[in-house]
Design a protein around this ligand. Structure first.
Ligand code: ADP
Ligand code: NA
Length: 332
């Protein structure tokens, strides 16, 4: 009964990383041409759960819009928005704050990771982040959400919130959304620590490849990436217990659109001294056209702002009626 509809978002809390590109944006682009309506978002309200410098937030939001478009999001096929410009996200989030239970939120591993040892000093918004994320998705009645592996638990919470709302008000109003977590790059790891995911909020710039890094920087970061001393195996099972090696092979496979076994059929037996330059060349070849297009788009921020204003107007045609109906169900 629900229209097949995709929603997903990325935080403008820094620059785009290779993890965001391979784990999220590449899939966003391919879903545009499948049988879905697609809505993609800069989630600035999520970004401010951790303090952001205002000028940096404004810049990063526009640059993220440029990144989406440069990577292939077509604003004739997808609605592209900045979260704070569509107020129904925050309005539904309040309702979901009243549906979600404290105990559910306390189990969220991302909160524990981000809040660290001093959780009492984390913002209330960081704790409530998953309820806002549920609202982002469900204000569109989205049926599918492409994300990286790290968002799996938040999507389960989204399903729990929809189920509880439907149950509490005896309606079949919110869909039970399907996560779409597919491919070899659902969890791109840090280049410096094979146990941590690559993230724009990692304090170490060497841990990640930024979409705006130039060719020399990309090559240097890959050359310095942590690895082990062994040669590459000839098949995937030889990468077990070698997280750093597996990460570089996964990145290669995702960029080249090959399977891990296909990559190892070609590079098995190679030392990192040979494989890393091959990976760097591939990464530069795939990322340079995107970063130069991003730079070109950033020369005209008025045009970016115009695209986002239009996206917000399109989005509100969907979100305003859903919020109105939600209020009606609740008795408001
Ligand atoms: P970040 O950790 O870089 O701030 P976000 O929280 O904004 O990323 O996540 C945006 C999208 O990118 C989500 O779908 C998330 O799962 C995906 N993503 C983020 N980091 C990675 C990664 N290292 N590997 C794969 N996907 C990722
Ligand atoms: Na994340």
């Amino acid at each position: 009964t629900f229209t097949p509809r995709v929603f997903s978002g990325i935080q403008p809390s820094g620059g785009l990383t290779l993890g965001n590109y391979l784990g999220a944006i590449k899939r966003f682009v391919s879903m545009q041409d499948e049988a879905f309506e697609t809505i993609y978002c800069m989630v600035d309200l999520h970004a401010i759960t951790v303090w952001q410098d205002p000028a940096a937030l404004r810049h990063n939001t526009r640059e993220l819009a440029a990144g989406y478009i440069a990577a292939g999001i077509d604003v004739e096929k997808s609605i592209l928005i900045n979260q704070s410009q569509v107020p129904e996200h925050a309005q539904l989030a309040w309702i979901f704050n009243c549906v979600a239970r404290m105990g559910w939120m306390q189990r969220m591993t991302q909160f524990k990771d981000k809040a660290g040892k001093n959780a009492q000093n984390a913002s209330l918004g960081l704790f409530g982040y998953p309820a806002l994320m549920a609202a982002d998705i469900l204000i569109y009645h989205a049926t599918h959400v492409p994300v990286g592996e790290d968002q799996k638990q938040h999507l389960e919470l989204t399903r729990d919130i929809a189920t509880k709302f439907n149950h509490d008000y005896k309606v079949d109003f919110f869909p039970i959304t399907e996560p779409v977590i597919e491919g070899v790059a659902t969890r791109v790891m840090s280049l410096r620590d094979g146990s941590k995911k690559m993230s724009k909020s990692d304090p170490s710039d060497a841990s990640r490849i930024n979409m705006t890094d130039d060719a020399d920087t990309i090559a240097k970061k890959i050359r310095k990436a942590k690895t082990d001393p062994d040669a590459l195996p000839s098949e995937a099972k030889g990468l077990e217990n070698r997280p750093e090696a597996r990460n570089l092979v996964n990145i290669y496979a995702a960029l080249a659109e090959l399977s891990v076994d296909q990559v190892l059929a070609e590079h098995g037996g190679a030392q990192f001294g040979t494989f890393k330059p091959a990976l760097a060349d591939l990464a530069v070849a795939k990322l340079a056209p995107i970063s130069s297009e991003m730079a070109r788009l950033m020369d005209d921020v008025t045009e970016i702002d115009r695209v986002l204003a239009r996206g917000a107007a399109q989005a509100r045609e969907i979100t305003a009626p859903i919020l109105k109906k939600t209020y009606d169900i609740i008795g408001m």
